[in-house]
Design a protein around this ligand. Structure first.
Ligand code: ACO
Length: 464
C-alpha cells in the first residue's frame, strides 16, 4: 500500500500583543492573558495559565464561550450561516463533488489529485467487508434492538479485531484505522437494518460509489437485481456530505475527549456514536418525524407552536435551533432542495412535507422564533428525505453516523498530530458538602426518607 499523504494542516494559533486583563475586585490584583487569533472567527483568550497564576477556574457549562482546541478542519460563522470545510463552502461541495472527495479533503486538508482520488477509493474499497466473526455479533441482539445501540456495540468491537491498526503512535496505523472506519460504517449500519427485518446480509459491491453502496446494502435482496436510481444516489451523496463534519459539536468533542486518553480510534468513534444518538444532537432527525406525526394535520400546527413557546411545557420544535447557527443552517438550505428533487423523482406527494413547510413558514414568521433566532437545522429536512428513500425512522441517526464518521476520525487524527494535545480534564465548581465525619451504619440516625427500589424489578427475585 502506498504511503498516505501527510500534510501538516494545523497551523499554531498566532499569539498577538493584544491581551485581556483580569482584575479581582476584592483584592485589586490583576493578571494579563494573551489573545490568540485564528485565520477567521472571534479571537480567544488564552486562559491556560489562569489557574496557576490567578488560582481561579472559568465556569462555562455547555462550553458556549470555550474553544476546547485549535482546528484547521471546519469553520462556522453561525450569524452569517456559513459552513466551510478546509475553506470550501458546504453548498459548493454538496453540489459539485462526491463524498469520497470530501472525506479526503477532511482527512488530508486538500482536495485530492486524480491519482490521489483513485488511490483513496481503492484504499476505502479494500476495507468495506466485515470480519465474518464480527457478523456473528448481530445475532446476540434482540431483533427489536435500536440500530444505534447495535452501532455502538459493533463499532466498539472493531477494536477487538484490528490490533494491527490500534497503535495510535504510528501514522500509518492511524490512517488504516481511518480507512477501516469510513469503509465499514455503511456495512455495519445496513446489517443493523437487515437484522431487524430478518433478511440476509448482502456483501458490499466495490464497483459502486460509496453512496450507491449505502443504498444497495440497505435495500437489495438476493432475490432481485438491485438497480441504483441515480437521483436517489445523488441525494444520498448530499446527505453524507452535509453530515460529514461540523467542528466541535457534542459527538466530535466526545471523540476528542475519549481520544485524549490515548484510547484506540474504534473505541473513540463508538463513544461518538453514543453521543450522537441523543435527541438534542443527531437523534433530532428521528425526533422531527415523530413530532410531525404527533402534530398530524396543518390545523394543529399553531397549537404546537404555542407549546414550544410555553415555559411550563418542555416541548421543543425538533429540527429548530442550533447552538452555533443564529441564521438559516446552510445545510438545511441544500437539503430543502434535495428533498423536493427526491419526492418529485419518486412521485411521492408527502403530506408530512406539506406539514413541515407549514411549520417552517409559521415558525420563521413568529416573534418568539425570530427573537431567539431559531431557524431550521440540518435535521429538519433530512428525516423527510430519508423517509422518502425508504428508511424507517430509527435508521435516520445511523445514516447521520455513517456520514459523520469521517469528521470524527479527521478530528481524532488532527488531535493525535497536534503538539499541544493533553488529556482532556475539565475542572468544576464544587457545590456539595464540606468535609464531614463518617458514621458507621449502626450509629446513623433513623430518617423518614422512603426509597423503595422494588418497583424497578417488579418484585421479581432475579433481574432481566
Ligand atoms: N423550540 C422552542 N424553543 C427553543 C428551541 C426549539 N427547538 N430551541 C431553543 N429554544 C429556546 C430555549 O427554550 C431557550 O429559551 P430561553 O432563553 O427562554 O430559556 C432559548 O431558545 C435558547 O435555547 P438553549 O437550549 O439555551 O440553546 P442551546 O444552544 O443550548 O441548544 C439546541 C441548542 C439543543 C439545538 C436547541 O435549539 C434544541 O433543543 N433544538 C431542538 C433539537 C434539535 O433540533 N437538535 C438538533 C441540533 S443540530 C444537530 O445536532 C445536528
Amino acid at each position: 500500500m502506498a504511503k498516505p499523504a501527510q500534510r501538516n494542516d494545523v497551523r499554531p494559533a498566532r499569539a498577538v500583543r493584544h491581551s485581556f486583563t483580569l482584575t479581582d475586585n476584592e483584592t485589586g490584583e490583576s493578571w494579563e492573558f494573551p489573545t490568540l487569533h485564528g485565520t477567521m472567527g472571534p479571537k480567544v483568550i488564552d486562559t491556560r495559565k489562569l489557574y496557576s497564576q490567578a488560582g481561579v477556574f472559568t465556569y462555562d457549562p455547555g462550553f458556549a464561550s470555550t474553544a476546547s482546541c485549535s482546528s484547521a478542519i471546519t469553520y462556522i460563522d453561525g450569524d452569517a450561516g456559513v459552513l466551510l470545510h478546509r475553506g470550501y463552502a458546504i453548498d459548493d461541495l454538496a453540489k459539485n463533488t462526491d463524498y469520497m472527495d470530501v472525506c479526503y479533503l477532511l482527512l488530508h486538508g486538500e482536495l485530492p489529485s486524480p491519482e490521489e482520488k483513485s488511490e483513496f477509493d481503492i484504499n476505502i474499497n479494500r476495507h468495506t467487508m466485515l470480519h465474518e466473526q464480527l457478523v456473528r455479533f448481530y445475532s446476540g441482539f434482540v431483533r427489536s434492538a435500536h440500530p444505534m445501540a447495535i452501532m455502538v456495540g459493533i463499532v466498539g468491537a472493531l477494536s477487538a479485531f484490528y490490533h494491527d491498526s490500534t497503535d495510535i503512535t504510528d501514522p500509518m496505523q492511524r490512517m488504516i484505522a481511518a480507512h477501516r472506519l469510513i469503509a465499514k460504517m455503511p456495512t455495519i449500519g445496513a446489517y443493523a437494518y437487515k437484522y431487524s427485518l430478518g433478511q440476509p446480509f448482502p456483501y458490499p459491491n466495490n464497483n459502486l460509489s460509496y453512496s450507491e453502496n449505502v443504498l444497495r446494502l440497505m435495500f437489495s435482496a438476493p432475490t432481485d437485481e438491485y438497480e441504483v436510481n441515480p437521483v436517489l444516489a445523488r441525494a444520498m451523496n448530499s446527505i453524507l456530505i452535509l453530515h460529514a463534519d461540523h467542528e466541535q459539536n457534542a459527538s466530535t468533542s466526545t471523540v476528542r475527549l475519549a481520544g485524549s486518553s490515548a484510547a484506540n480510534p474504534f473505541a473513540c468513534v463508538a463513544a461518538g456514536i453514543a453521543s450522537l444518538w441523543g435527541p438534542a444532537h443527531g437523534g433530532a432527525n428521528e425526533a422531527v418525524l415523530n413530532m410531525l406525526h404527533e402534530i398530524g394535520t396543518k390545523d394543529r400546527v399553531a397549537k404546537y407552536i404555542r407549546k414550544a413557546q410555553d415555559p411550563e411545557d418542555n416541548f421543543r420544535l425538533m429540527g429548530f435551533g442550533h447552538r452555533v447557527y443564529k441564521n438559516y443552517d446552510p445545510r438545511a438550505e441544500v437539503l430543502r432542495k434535495t428533498c423536493h428533487e427526491v419526492l418529485e423523482e419518486l412521485g411521492i406527494h408527502d403530506p408530512t412535507l406539506d406539514l413541515a413547510m407549514e411549520l417552517e413558514e409559521i415558525a420563521l414568521n413568529d416573534d418568539y422564533f425570530k427573537e431567539k433566532k431559531l431557524y431550521p437545522n440540518v435535521d429538519f429536512y433530512s428525516g423527510i428525505i430519508l423517509r422518502a428513500l425508504g428508511f424507517p425512522t430509527n435508521m435516520f441517526t445511523v445514516l447521520f453516523a455513517i456520514g459523520r464518521t469521517v469528521g470524527w476520525i479527521a478530528h481524532w487524527k488532527e488531535m493525535m498530530e497536534a503538539p499541544e494535545s493533553r488529556i482532556g480534564r475539565p475542572r468544576q465548581l464544587y457545590v456539595g458538602s464540606k468535609k464531614r465525619e463518617f458514621t458507621s451504619v449502626a450509629n446513623r440516625e433513623h430518617t423518614d426518607r422512603k426509597i423503595s427500589w422494588s418497583w424497578l424489578w417488579g418484585g421479581k427475585k432475579t433481574a432481566d
